[in-house]
Design a protein around this ligand. Structure first.
Ligand code: SF4
Length: 304
């Protein structure tokens, strides 16, 4: 089965994701934005122009600043199984920089939300397709407005390529069976997945009966607090998905009325934020206000 490189990391975790993805085209706003940026970078790069979109301009600035003898943008690549001659993975890595060999992709949104490049099997597959037998790196360029945040994997030396290929082949050959886990919230096919729908249905009862003592008070114990946290997370993911789909519905001409008001979508200017480091460096600390302390929560590994 030929797999799209952008799906490979997901398939590594769950075989059903590939099956569902081949049945349902990706239509999210962020996918649309990524496609726009890709087109814009390709156009601007070839005509030696600036990008019109801020993310495209940031990607171009990064590309032009990299030491390389040649750059290919938006090149289609196939990773072929040398034993069978079969194309295993196809994709377009965004950019290939020759010199210090580098396969790169750009993504827009929160740069912290993408994981590490060395875990991105799709990008590694594209690196192998372009630079197999030579050292190469996989690199994300996470884009957030005018900023670009490149994150590189360590160098994959030729000695590691057979192992990487075996991992990719194992992922590409996974049967289409649901493997639910932490990754389901980020799976773009979760709304079509029976396993996810069953999980979301349970979550949308919001709280299990055994945690209720009355209409408002929860009986939280050490034994049930973990399950409660999981449900809270599932509700949050399900609500986010529902909100995105509702907005897409309104964007497509649908109408949403609640309490006598109609939902209207629009764009606003990005928020102005101060550059705290620059203010501190200039000794202008009187312009920095510190708010009241507030409670935070983090997760730490349990000591063995
Ligand atoms: S939601 Fe989870 S189980 Fe379902 S296809 Fe996606 S990753 Fe697999």
């Amino acid at each position: 089965m030929r797999i799209r490189s952008s799906l490979l990391s997901q398939i590594d975790k769950c075989g059903l994701a590939a099956e569902l993805s081949s049945q349902h085209a990706e239509t999210s706003a962020s996918a649309e934005r990524s496609r726009l940026i890709r087109t814009e970078v390709t156009r601007a790069f070839h005509v030696q122009d600036r990008g019109a979109l801020p993310e495209a301009e940031a990607a171009l600035a990064w590309l032009r600043g990299e030491p390389s003898t040649a750059i290919k943008v938006g090149e289609s690549l196939d990773l072929v199984d040398q034993e069978t001659g079969e194309v295993l993975v196809s994709g377009r890595p965004g950019a290939l920089l020759f010199g210090p060999n580098l396969a790169a992709a750009w993504k827009c949104g929160n740069p912290m939300g993408y994981g590490e490049p060395e875990d991105d099997l799709g990008l590694i597959a594209m690196g192998l397709a372009a630079f197999g037998g030579q050292p190469f790196q996989a690199c994300y360029v996470a884009l957030d407005g005018l900023q670009a945040f490149p994150r590189r994997s360590p160098v994959f030396e030729p000695a590691s390529h057979a192992g990487l290929f075996a991992r990719i082949k194992a992922a590409a050959g996974r049967p289409p069976v649901a493997c639910p886990g932490d990754w389901c919230g980020a799976c773009r096919c979760n709304v079509y997945c029976p396993a996810w729908k069953a999980r979301a249905e349970v979550a949308l009862t919001v709280l299990p009966k055994e945690m209720r003592a009355g209409p408002e008070k929860l009986e939280i114990t050490n034994a049930n607090s973990g399950a409660l946290m999981q449900r809270i997370k599932d509700v949050e993911v399900a609500a986010k998905l529902a909100r995105e789909q509702l907005k897409a519905f309104v964007r497509g001409g649908g109408e949403c009325i609640l309490d006598g008001k109609r939902m209207v979508l629009g764009f606003c200017e990005g928020k102005e934020t101060p550059d705290l480091s620059a203010l501190k460096a200039a000794g202008l600390t009187q312009y920095i206000k510190t708010g009241e302390p507030y409670e935070t929560s983090t997760w730490r590994s349990i000591e063995p």
